[in-house]
Design a protein around this ligand. Structure first.
Ligand code: T4K
Length: 382
């Protein structure tokens, strides 16, 4: 049996993530353009170019670039507050997500209410959401956990039935498609992250997928301090803009994103082939799923595996392999959220189980085969 208390400080030389970057020399012409123009931020030409390229790639013409997805979520929720005239109220969301999702709800002056997840897709379970809807509910905030869609049509139907806006934290969803439609295009608003750790990165960054030009204009204004013109500031705002430097990285990175996606698929398939059938290990995302973006490679470590998920995590550490328990602890157990009645674990059995079982394995386009083999051997017990 693996000793939990031994060898925990070993260096992790198998990385979990290695952000893709455009070749430095290919960045230089874009940087020269920025240096020449001296327009560094506030929606300059590079941002416009990136927005247009993204719009084309995602099939969604109205895109607001933001400094990061967290601010994108805050801006989106503020936009809904302003346009619906809400003073306060509740937003139903998942406890199985990164802390930014619920933090953003709080920062927007609303209360996160947790609903359980579907045990297969790990997205909000529509029936659990239905049980949490009250007169204080203002919106539903779903998360495409690990780039997987939930039951989009059922969730849309539910939102429509109660007249609630449905928005998505699509931080993990870039590049994922359902049929020919980008997963990021679902929802009344959808927020992407381009953080260094994401499937597509601009170092830091993000985007809000808006339904129309008017929404984009309002959100852009909110993200630029609420400024409408030199003298008009009709609403409050914040600084959530993406800089020209980040936009330039995005313009270049988008050109090689297709190749990255293919390479990720190769890594997924290798894991799939070598780990399939290991007793007590289940894959969260079907290895060969059509339209998947292979953002991460989460596994579920079940009771009949030879050790617990946490023991496996520590064994990886001891063997120099970086893995992560995304998302543990689940948000409803965190001090900021645990006192809300919806945080009761008895109401969240699927999220609690999944949060106790998921482990994300190293996943990035150029994961060396010998590193991946080390990961596989730890799981297979050498
Ligand atoms: N919603 C969801 C569902 C999210 O998952 C996130 C972010 C957000 C919203 C908010 O998006 P942003 O506001 O960030 O745009 C990381 C990321 O910081 C976070 O962006 C991400 N989710 C979350 C899932 O993961 P940590 O605390 O695990 O990051 P860190 O620094 O420990 O890095 C993880 C691994 O990545 C390490 O092994 C090192 C490696 N790494 C990291 C960075 C920053 C690199 O190789 N290069 C890097 O530059 O949160």
């Amino acid at each position: 049996m693996f000793d939990l208390h031994k060898n925990l400080a070993a260096d992790e030389d198998v990385r979990l993530i290695k952000p893709s970057l455009p070749p430095l020399e290919e960045m230089l012409p874009l940087l020269e353009e920025i240096w020449d123009s001296r327009t560094l931020t506030n929606g300059g030409p590079m941002s416009k170019r990136f927005e247009a390229a993204l719009g084309q790639y995602l099939g969604t013409p109205h895109i607001s670039l933001v400094a990061n997805a967290t601010l994108g979520l805050v801006a989106s929720l503020f936009h809904l507050k302003e346009t619906h005239g809400w003073e306060d109220g509740e937003v139903i969301t998942t406890p199985f997500t990164f802390v930014a999702t619920a933090n953003a709800v709080k920062l927007a002056g609303l209360e996160p209410v947790f609903a359980d997840i579907d045990p297969v897709t790990l997205s909000l379970d529509p029936e659990a959401v239905r049980r949490q809807i009250t007169p204080r509910t203002r919106a539903i905030l779903g998360v495409h956990a690990f780039g997987q869609p939930g039951d989009m049509a059922v969730m849309e139907g539910l939102a429509e039935e109660f007249g609630l806006p449905l928005i998505y934290d699509a931080a993990h969803a870039f590049g994922a498609v359902i049929g020919n439609r980008s997963l990021a295009s679902y929802g009344d608003l959808s927020i992407l992250s381009f953080h260094a750790t994401k499937v597509f990165n601009t170092f830091e960054g993000g985007a809000i997928i808006c339904p129309d030009a008017e929404t984009k204009a309002r959100i852009d204004r909110f993200c630029n301090h609420g400024i409408q013109s030199e003298t008009e500031m009709p609403f409050i705002g914040i600084n959530a803009k993406m800089s020209e430097l980040h936009a330039a990285v995005g313009v270049k990175a988008l050109e090689s994103f297709g190749a990255d996606l293919q390479a990720r698929r190769g890594v997924s398939l290798r894991y799939g082939a070598q780990l399939c059938g290991v007793k007590g290990i289940d894959f969260v995302c079907p290895v060969n799923a059509k339209g998947h973006n292979h953002y991460a490679f989460p596994i579920r470590v079940r009771e009949d595996f030879r050790m617990s998920r946490d023991e496996l995590h520590l064994q990886f550490k001891a063997e120099g392999v970086c893995t992560r328990r995304y998302f543990h602890p689940m948000l409803s157990d965190l001090p900021a959220f645990r006192d809300h009645p919806s945080a009761n674990r008895d109401l969240l059995p699927n999220a609690a189980e999944v949060s106790g079982e998921v482990l994300c394995l190293p996943m990035f386009p150029d994961l060396p085969i010998d590193h991946q083999q080390r990961v596989i051997e730890v799981i297979r017990g050498h």
